[in-house]
Design a protein around this ligand. Structure first.
Ligand code: NAD
Length: 390
């Protein structure tokens, strides 16, 4: 099968981590018989330097013509003094809305090897884990292009008051819920709708729509939580969650809270998805793709750019998400995740995830060897070797 992937390496550590992820993708292609054709595009600071704008129209057009987009990170101190609409980060908003990706999927799983990085006590984690282990594995699906961040806002004429408006249409709610259910079907088949329906009218509409959409997914167990309770439950019993679906504002806050529980920003991948493509055109060889924008959740990390210190695992895991969600290549996605797991079991750590202790294994035991601290290139090479030895 042939797939077109737009690569937007961006700024700072972006190009370094994207390069490692592409090498893994190529190895996946070789093993499973796929051809990934890359189209490298400019956005962010690089595009500003080249053409004066963070998202040149040709970047968006070329990205839209591809099957999926992989982005490193954008931004850096050299562009910080530019006016808001010309800053590198504007490229992200333009890409999200231009590509029509409205569902932001952020997995937050605590890997046993990185247990030391999680601030929650073992007994608290174990209490909510159905296998009795100090682990959790959840996915937050955040609505990305509506709600409070896009509603009408302003100040009163005398400047003594300000307002922001939360507006959601049934269509916006339904499509992000369906994205959540599709993800839940690939996981443990539990979905929690998080809102503030005891106070907000927009949340009451979320519940109404969810009650209808849930009927189409009888295999998935649906539950509801108020956002304040959810914020507490994430700390108290994170193992109870599989998929959480929520609004733009609540998702922004809860996904940052959940990411802290996993320890390192250098490990966390994300996917922003649009509508699944229903047609399977004979001319495309029968492939079915869903447009998605995949990126690590970290930024361009100017403090470590060019120093071979960046952890490439978040971007490598973003590629696994790309294969799973955009191309429905589950086996291929699992093989990347298994390779990352194996490398961590072997004790390899970039500096951000090193505990400077004896390495913990995925089985929960400790390794015979201490952790080995490696740079970006070597971490990528080790994942490649682990993939090839699977
Ligand atoms: P950051 O995520 O770039 O860095 C925060 C800290 O985490 C830094 O100490 C950095 O060294 C470390 N870090 C980040 N990624 C790492 C990795 N892969 N491996 C090891 N350590 C890592 O956040 P910031 O410093 O607030 O922002 C820097 C620039 O990135 C800013 O211009 C910001 O606007 C931009 N940014 C871009 C995105 C994006 O492109 N999606 C997201 C966030 C921030």
């Amino acid at each position: 099968m042939n797939y077109a992937i737009a690569l937007i390496p961006g700024d700072g550590i972006g190009p370094d981590v994207v390069q490692e992820a592409v090498e893994i993708l190529d190895a996946v292609g070789d093993r499973f018989g796929h051809v990934f054709n890359y189209v490298e595009l400019s956005a962010g600071g690089k595009a500003i330097d080249e053409s004066g704008v963070p998202l040149p129209p040709e970047t968006l057009e070329s990205a839209k013509a591809c099957d999926a987009v992989l982005l490193g990170a954008v931004g850096g101190p050299q562009w910080e003094k530019l006016p808001g609409h010309l800053r590198p980060e504007r490229a992200l908003l333009g890409l999200r809305s231009g590509l029509g990706v409205y569902a932001n999927l952020r997995p937050a799983a605590l890997l046993p090897q990185l247990r030391a990085a999680c601030p929650i006590k073992d007994e608290v984690l174990i209490a909510s884990n159905e296998n009795g282990k100090p682990e959790f594995d959840l996915l937050i699906v955040r609505e990305l292009t509506g709600g409070l961040y896009f509603g009408e806002r302003g100040r009163t004429p005398d400047g003594t008051a300000a307002f922001d408006t939360e507006v959601y249409s049934k269509t916006e709610i339904e499509r992000v819920l369906r994205a959540g259910y599709r993800a839940a079907l690939l996981r443990r088949k539990k979905l929690c709708v998080v809102d503030k329906a005891n106070v907000l009218e927009s949340s009451r509409l979320w519940r109404e729509v969810a009650a209808v959409v849930a009927q189409d997914y009888p295999q998935v167990e649906t539950s509801y939580l108020y956002v304040d309770n959810c914020a507490m439950q994430l700390i108290r019993a994170p193992g109870q969650f599989d998929v959480i679906v929520t609004s733009n504002l609540f998702g922004d806050i809860l996904s940052d809270e959940a990411s802290v529980l996993t320890g390192s920003i250098g490990m966390l991948a994300s996917a922003s998805l649009g509508d699944p493509a229903p047609e399977i055109a004979a001319s495309s060889g029968g492939k079915k793709t869903t447009m998605g924008l995949y990126e690590p959740i970290h930024g361009s990390a100017p403090d470590i750019a060019g120093k071979d210190l960046a952890n490439p695992l978040a971007t490598i895991l973003s590629v696994a998400m790309l294969l799973r969600h955009s191309f429905s290549l589950e086996k291929e996605a699992l093989s990347i995740e298994a390779a990352v797991n194996k490398v961590l079991d072997q004790g390899y750590r970039t500096r951000d995830i090193a505990s400077r202790a004896t390495a913990t294994l995925s089985t929960g035991g400790t390794a015979a060897v201490p952790e080995k601290i490696v740079g970006t290139r070597e971490m990528g090479k080790r994942v490649l070797e682990a993939f090839e030895s699977l």
